[in-house]
Design a protein around this ligand. Structure first.
Ligand code: IVH
Length: 670
């Protein structure tokens, strides 16, 4: 056999094996056999570079190192799905469809809802050329280099006149449960970050800048959507979602075998309950079922709202629960003195991680659920990672159990605690309480505030314990030699930390205001305050009448600001910061020619190319004012992914919505 034939034959065998293993889920050769052949092919390619082929199975190992991902616009926006949680929700979905398509028989396809990351893959003339994350739906990150390392994504699709030539495939990248556990073990041995669940692990892996590292992550793909761009001859006749799934399989993509055609909502409901009960048996995580109108003509007749298609619906499963025992209840004192009870639990495995703590929120919550030390309880993980206690299993309550009493003294500084009227939290009123000082410094150094890199929990604890500082006002006088003796901090890191602290002293005024940790004053309100008063001096002298009417401030924040500046300890801290040369003023540079000059803008949701701060800075640079809340006076609301109530309010008031894409275009114009 000629060298070329050997190379081609090895590639074919390896590709076929990949297809069988990763797409069909069958195993034809052992891992060792595979590795031996891959090694042979690698050697041949190295010795004979004229046979290089970017689509060879040897090219799945990654290699490209990028400094960031390029943003790419989706040809067709990647919408998300409306959610449903009950039989009634699904019947409502059916009724809306019947109203829009009267006297038409509608069939549905039900698919498993993979709990992973949505991506779009572009193929031109059968070749994989680009893969993009969903991003904000309009544009996402180009993560092609990482996706090329995923063996279930074909680098070359199968081609014949019955199949599309150029097309877009969408689907979910996910990490199988067993692989997730192996990865977390490996991360632990290598002393690297562990992941909370397979979904986070998949998301983190796709965003790795080193594709060689991404290649080590056991990711896989499942396709559920096909859009034809170009065909040979007339191309395939795709009439419905079931056809799409079959063509995706024919093209060589992995497609779930669990999709089912349902002729009625009853069948849909049965599918949902069967999988809600059977989800644990799957080797990967699903968080629900996706229901799609099968017929593509009916899909286009139904169309979409701004956020999601009217022809599809996600049915979300209830959060997973587990039972465990409350070993103890600890009290945590936050930076504002609020005392939060936290339960220590008998460790229990739930939805991808071991849980040993759960927040109990406050005294009311404990009383309402009558939660006691020693109780057996059900816990659940909602959409997020922090678990909560659902209910006590009363039949299993120990005989000697007693109701839990919240303390009358702060568990840290032992001063008496108070409960402010109208508030649920107990509060330690001692500003000098070590727990509060610790929390305030961490907040001051946090990303959204003064952003002091390297000033973490352990360092702050040591600084306070060794009396190197009394409060955050002392940070700026710290010296390298003082820091270098701390645990876990060498000379080099001490040098970096001192530099980071120094550099933070010239951050913008709104960050400083936010960093002070005035109760109720968030990042958005801090921008308004900085903009209105231009200095800490002016802010500290402001009256209730000046504060309350400001956009997004209101009575609660106004009182809290007055209260903050009235306290001697706070004034002392500010004095120290001023003496250390921290910037405490802001000069307004009015850009009257900017695209936002004279306009008020509110930012909500998470943006792709900007942090919220960055977006606010951009608005101000363009002469605009940034406000914390939406009102009739708001001119624009810049909306990112997963916007909250500000978006709804903007819609209600008819305020112009800007997406990130348009926002960037506008500011790039000037
Ligand atoms: S269809 C316009 N099908 O769920 C239709 N989505 O909550 C777009 N997902 O963004 C999606 N499995 O990340 C569809 N079989 C499936 C799915 C699925 C998981 C994800 C996808 C989507 C999210 C919506």
């Amino acid at each position: 056999m000629s060298i070329e034939d050997q190379v081609l034959s090895l590639r074919k065998i390896l590709r076929d094996h990949n297809y069988r293993y990763y797409v069909l889920g069958e195993s034809s050769i052992t891992d060792t056999e595979y590795d031996v052949m891959l090694g042979e092919l690698e050697d041949l390619e190295k010795a004979n570079p004229i046979y290089f082929d970017s689509e060879s199975p040897t090219q799945r190992v990654g290699g490209e190192l990028s400094s960031g991902f390029e943003t790419v616009e989706h040809a067709v926006p990647m919408l998300s799905l409306a959610n449903s949680y009950s039989e009634d929700d699904l019947l409502g979905f059916e009724q809306r469809i019947q109203r829009n398509l009267p006297d038409v028989d509608v069939d549905y396809v039900t698919e498993l809802k993979f709990d992973g990351i949505a991506i779009a893959l572009i193929y031109e003339h059968g070749r994989f050329i680009r893969g993009v994350t969903r991003g904000n739906g309009v544009e996402g990150d180009d993560i092609t280099a990482n996706l090329r390392t995923i063996r279930s994504i074909p680098l070359k699709a199968n081609q014949c006149p019955q199949l599309p030539l150029s097309f877009e495939v969408r689907g979910e990248i996910y990490m199988p449960k067993s692989e997730f556990e192996k990865l977390n073990k490996r991360q632990a041995t290598e002393e690297k970050k562990m992941f909370a669940n397979p979904r986070n692990a998949a998301a983190g892996s796709l965003k790795l800048l080193d594709s060689r590292e991404a290649a080590r992550r056991p990711l896989t793909f499942s396709a559920y959507y096909l859009r034809t761009i170009e065909t040979l001859d007339a191309g395939p006749a795709i009439k419905n979602q079931l056809d799409s799934l079959q063509i995706l399989r024919d093209l060589g993509f992995p497609v779930s075998r669990h999709a089912v055609l349902c002729h009625s909502m009853r069948e849909v409901l049965d599918f949902c309950s069967a999988w809600e009960a059977g989800r644990e048996e799957l080797p990967y995580e699903i968080d629900g079922v996706v229901i799609k109108v099968n017929d593509l003509a009916q899909q286009s007749a139904l169309g979409a709202t701004a956020k999601s298609p009217r022809w599809a619906m996600a049915f979300k499963f209830k959060a997973k629960q587990a039972s465990t025992t409350i070993l103890d209840i600890h009290l945590q004192v936050g930076r504002t003195g609020s005392i939060t009870p936290v339960a220590s639990l008998e460790p229990v495995f739930l939805a991808g991680s071991t849980i040993s703590r759960a927040t109990l929120h406050n005294e009311d919550e404990i009383q309402r659920k009558d939660i006691r030390i020693g109780d057996a309880v059900f816990i659940e993980k909602g959409g997020d990672v922090i678990p909560k206690i659902v209910k006590v299993i009363e039949e299993r309550r120990p005989l000697n159990s007693i109701p839990f009493q919240m303390p009358t003294m702060c568990p840290v500084c032992k001063t008496s605690v108070s409960r402010i009227e109208g508030e649920v939290a107990l509060r330690c009123e001692n500003l000098a309480c070590p727990a509060q000082v610790h929390g305030r410094i961490l907040h001051f150094a946090a990303r959204g505030a003064m952003d002091i890199d390297g000033l973490g929990e352990a360092i702050v604890r040591q600084l306070l314990d060794q009396h190197l500082i009394e409060d955050l006002g002392d940070l700026y006088k710290l010296k390298e030699e003082e820091l270098a003796v701390l645990d876990r901090l060498g000379e080099r890191s001490a040098e970096n930390l001192v530099a980071a602290i120094k550099e933070s002293g010239s951050k913008s005024l709104d960050r400083l205001i936010f960093g002070l940790g005035i109760r109720h004053v968030g990042a958005g309100a801090s921008v308004v305050l900085a903009d209105s008063f231009q200095s800490i001096d002016a802010l500290s002298a402001a009256s209730y009448e000046e504060l309350e009417p400001l956009d997004g401030i209101g009575p609660v924040m106004a009182y809290s600001i007055l209260h903050f500046f009235a306290r001697e300890q706070n004034r002392e801290v500010l004095e120290k910061l001023a003496c250390a040369g921290v910037k405490m003023t802001q000069i307004r540079t009015l850009n009257t020619g900017g695209v936002f000059s004279g306009k008020t803008v509110v930012v909500t949701g998470s943006l792709d190319r900007f942090t919220r701060d960055g977006a606010r800075d951009a608005v101000m640079k363009e002469g605009g004012k940034v406000s914390a809340s939406v009102s009739k006076k708001t001119d624009f609301v810049l909306v990112g992914a997963n916007p909250g109530s500000k978006y709804d309010k903007a819609m209600k008031l008819g305020v112009t919505i800007l997406d990130e894409h348009t926002f960037i275009k506008w500011i790039e114009k000037t």
